[in-house]
Write a protein that binds this ligand. Structure first.
Ligand code: KIV
Length: 276
């Protein structure tokens, strides 16, 4: 079981599809790492699915670092990538490099940076400092308010050309891969052919070099929103509800715990306890 590296991911283009899932805690990371998953992304979707915030741009650096540490502690094989939060890029990305270093210290092997106007210098600084960067274009949730909301991007010629250009810029800056979120499958096919770095799609069709999903979506754990591009492989919400109702019923009927789940005391010791 050898650790998957950034180089391994770069080499996968046109060879074998890349798989990536988000993860935010130790227990799930341990499970994911024992499967065939290539990349574990500590996504800023943490904001929505774990913290209950409306916008990913409101997650803090401290929250992202804490969850990155938890995931990294459990991960021995997969590549751990941490999403840099929007807050790292305020004031023209002044904190970007320092924060990127914090993610590597927390155990990530690379960081993901969502495209924003003027992101190039900070990505350049990160890569120059040997911090591998995964780019992210299309529907970038941190700046969705500037894109007209959570809408499919790149549907018009102008918007498609802009995204092709962004993908090429990220490649030229030295990003090792790029996430394509919510764009037409024809456009992701063009971008995948146009760049030498792997493309990893979410709501971008099948022609990407890899696919990513939010773990809680794939497992049916996030009931608030279910985007069109999500496939629920297992509806764990209903399984969990069944289990918890089983616990409630058994406690109420005094059927849990049984002797099997209880500790017992030596009779001699018990006899010596004075009873009123
Ligand atoms: O945070 C996240 O979940 C992501 C994926 C959608 C790629 O960035």
């Amino acid at each position: 079981m050898s650790k998957i590296s950034v180089k391994d991911i770069s080499k996968r283009k046109k060879r074998k599809k890349i798989t990536m899932l988000t993860c935010y805690d130790y227990a799930f990371a341990h499970i994911l790492d024992s499967t065939g998953i290539d990349i574990i992304l500590v996504g800023d979707s943490l904001a929505n699915v774990v913290l209950g915030l409306d916008e990913t741009r409101n997650v803090s650096l401290k929250e992202m670092l804490n969850h990155t540490q938890a995931v990294a502690r459990a991960t021995k094989r997969a590549l751990v990538v941490a999403d840099m939060p929007a807050v790292s890029f305020r004031k023209r990305g002044a904190r970007g490099l320092a924060d990127g270093k914090k993610f590597i210290k927390a155990g990530a092997a690379a960081v993901k940076v969502e495209w924003f106007k003027g992101c190039e210098p900070v990505i350049k600084r990160l890569i120059k400092s040997k911090i591998p960067v995964m780019g992210h274009i299309g529907l970038t949730p941190q700046t969705a308010h500037l894109l007209g909301g959570y809408k499919v991007q790149g549907k018009s010629k102008e918007s498609a050309l802009k995204l092709i250009k962004q993908a090429k810029i990220l490649e030229d800056l030295g990003c090792f891969s790029v996430v394509l979120e919510c764009i037409p499958y024809q456009l992701s096919c063009i971008i995948t052919k146009e760049v030498r770095i792997p493309t990893i799609g979410i709501g971008a069709g099948k022609y990407c070099d890899g696919q990513v999903l939010v773990l809680y979506d794939l497992l049916g754990l996030y009931e608030r929103i279910r985007p069109k591009f999500v496939k629920v492989y297992k509806d764990l919400s209903s399984e969990i509800k069944k289990s918890i109702n089983g616990f409630v019923k058994e406690v109420q009927e005094s059927r849990f715990p049984t002797k099997n789940q209880s500790f017992s005391m030596n009779k001699d010791q018990l006899r010596q306890i004075p009873l009123k």
